[in-house]
Design a protein around this ligand. Sequence first.
Ligand code: NAD
Length: 515
Amino acid sequence: LSSRASGILSALNIPTNQEISGVYDGQWKGSGEVVESVCPTTGEILARINTASPADVSGALTKSREAYLQFRDVPAPRRGEILRQIREGLAIKREELGALVTLEMGKIRTEGVGEVQEFIDICDYAVGLSRMMNGRVVASERPGHTILEVPNPLGVVAVLSAFNFPVAVYGWNLALSLAAGNATIWKPSPTTPLTSIAVTSIVAKVLEKNNLPGALAGLVTGGQPVGEVLVGSKEVDLVSFTGSERVGRIVGQAVVSRFGKSILELGGNNASIVMPDADLSLAVPGVFFGAVGTAGQRCTSTRRLFLHRDIADEFLERLQKLYGALKPGDPLETDTLLGPMHTPAAVNLYKSTIDYLRSIDADILFGGKEYDVTPYDGGNFVQPTIAVPKSVDMSDRIWSTETFAPILNVAIFDELEEAIRWNNAVPQGLSSSLWTRDLRNVGKWTGPSGSDAGIVNVNAGTSGAEIGASFGGNKSTGWGRESGGDAWKQYVRWSACTINFSNEAPLAQGVNFNV
Ligand code: NAD
């Protein structure tokens, strides 16, 4: 193992000379297929992981259920105290864990550390929440009656996550799920197993120290077959799935068919709209970060850019300058802004999309190929690309599908209404952003005839959300909400309790049923 990698792994106590257990249910194990964790920057094999066999998954689910039955009776503020300790455990290892995200996923270091910070933030949030998961007292129409709406723990929550946020998405789910009194079982992306093992180890230590079952935060690494067992299992009360629309459709249908609950966080196809009155000194770097940050591999990455005709030329000139100054680098180096794509398959997707752009005679203003010189030969580096397709028909696949790569498609508009129509004309509805200084545009954009996405920003890019508001998208992005806001309400089982304190037993709506 290179010293570049071994330092990071040993700082997190991950053994480097043996196969690593990828299942945790109170004990570390793994009797399924062996998968390799591969560094996207160098192509180096970082580790071999023993993933979950079907028997491991069903054993872990049994342990999760037992853990839930114990944990549901722990008072919520006490659960909050566990979260506070998890927060501390994460904070101590923030830099090391962030570096591991960078090593294994490929995003730049500040973003890797940012993800861990996001987990820390949501722990803080959930500590507070543990004293604020309030139900309601509802006025009854019957004398001497009270109606309560009571949140109780739900059960076992399975978290299936994508490769691009290997820490934060699990953090959002685990924090709310633990505060709510549930057991959580995590199936991470098969290409980021080390990160999930490192995170789970930190959480497990806290649980152990508090004499709580490790299966409250179980881990089953592996691919599709492991995911399928969780999704199909009646032992799982809530499936929180983050990933592509293609898989989300399968998962959503499978969960509904057994009347389970699901939260779906699927693909985005996010647009930025730049008005003629926009402050371009904010808008140009904002769009640049949205399109190029994480090498275009955020669900909220800016994929469509609608420029008002009056500023289009200037905007593109300034944007191209920023693209021109980009150099692919080792994401572990602090001055690198552009790391690799996560996998060779992602590079192929990039290439086939560029081929398609050429086949429809799009103007490729920047990029469109792999780099001639890259920091490491084995890395998955591609040039971020700006293209102007000839057609603005949003049903064409170049506009209507999410290509998970740094390709920004540009169109020119004359009226805001036209740009909003384009914004809304795709199946997905995750994030959107408008750049303007005119209050009237803001009203239109955020109102009934405005953006139909779950995230509707003004003078802020499409990506980079905070944890305070609930996060998620509409339409084919799946309608799920996670993180802040009211998202916690999905992680509990709600009961409406009518309690009669009187000596009569009247029926509601004045119904008479005298015997
Ligand atoms: P993916 O859909 O390929 O995989 C997601 C997860 O599903 C993985 O853990 C995978 O192993 C598992 N899986 C695959 N087939 C399954 C099946 N049949 N049953 C159960 N599980 C199965 O996604 P990816 O390539 O890892 O991630 C990229 C996608 O995730 C993009 O579309 C991106 O927009 C989306 N994403 C969305 C959000 C959001 O919050 N909306 C956040 C991050 C990523």
